[in-house]
Design a protein around this ligand. Structure first.
Ligand code: SAM
Length: 262
């Protein structure tokens, strides 16, 4: 794991109020880290792999040489980016030591020297302004206590013309489909969790955080308010997940990466 010298100024404060969202999320991921990858495959029927592959493809097209993956968890995005972009330097950041330890384990044996994992808090990124060409967050934003604060931090650390990608789960827009997803998230997913792990309560959080999260349009508008431009989104599987993209500033002639421009 890689720690910056400046880290102490803005580091993760372990003294959170026990009832805070941040503390709850920290405890959830510290607990479920050994099952995280397996359960992701089970609860999404491996669809998360395709969504992440799409994100990785889009970043490769941008030819970003420096990428930060916030809330990197066990390193799914960061490690694949590092494998597919050997000339780029990839950084992953997470506040859960156990998730990061799993990421380091996966890195071992892959023979990668272009990926670094950092322990830190998405709410106060331990990086200089304008340090990265791309910043990604995958299934992370809905977990943080203040979405706007994290998006502002992502905007701050991006170079001019840098690109933000945010992949996250969402409720489908169609009122016909939405109830089926609610039942799945609320009852079936925690049932899978208790079948395969002993952590039904922790998996209930995945439903609660999706339920409380911004709609796709709300997120796009928040990005716009912060100053992102060329905001675009792509929906996956009936709208149960979405990839938002935004540019720090617009470069003329950039191809749109989406099916739907807001
Ligand atoms: C659902 S996992 C996503 C992991 C990975 N990005 C993926 O797509 O599989 C969410 C991750 O966000 C991390 N996280 C949540 N809040 C955070 C915060 N405030 N700062 C840093 N990491 C955070 C958790 O520890 C967890 O590893």
């Amino acid at each position: 794991m890689f720690f910056l010298d400046k880290f102490d100024a803005k580091s993760y404060d372990n003294s959170y109020d026990n009832s805070s969202k941040e503390k709850k999320v920290y405890d959830v991921f510290q607990t479920i880290s050994p099952h995280y990858d397996k359960m992701n495959d089970i609860i999404s029927s491996r669809m998360h792999r395709r969504w992440k592959a799409d994100l990785i493809k889009q970043i490769a097209t941008q030819k970003c040489l420096s990428v930060l993956d916030i809330c990197c968890g066990t390193g799914d995005i960061a490690l694949r980016l590092a494998q597919e972009n050997p000339h780029a330097t990839i950084h992953g950041l997470d506040f859960s030591e156990n998730m990061l330890a799993a990421a380091e384990d996966r890195k071992t044996g892959l023979d990668l020297n272009n990926v670094l994992f950092h322990h830190g808090n998405a709410m106060a990124l331990p990086f200089e302004d304008q340090s990265f060409q791309c910043v990604t967050i995958s299934f992370g934003l809905r977990n943080v206590p203040d979405y706007e604060q994290v998006l502002r931090e992502m905007h701050r650390i991006l170079e001019p013309e840098g690109t933000l990608y945010c992949l996250d789960s969402s409720y489908p827009d169609s009122p016909l489909v939405k109830p089926f997803f609610k039942v799945y998230f609320k009852f079936i997913m925690p049932a899978f969790a208790s079948l395969f792990t002993r952590h039904k309560e922790e998996y209930k959080w995945l439903n609660d955080s999706t339920e409380q999260f911004l709609t796709k349009n709300e997120l796009a508008h928040l990005m716009k308010k912060i100053g992102f431009q060329e905001i675009a989104l792509r929906s996956y599987f009936l709208g149960s997940a979405a990839l938002h993209r935004g540019k720090k500033t617009t470069k003329k002639g950039d191809p749109p990466c989406t099916e739907k421009i807001l």
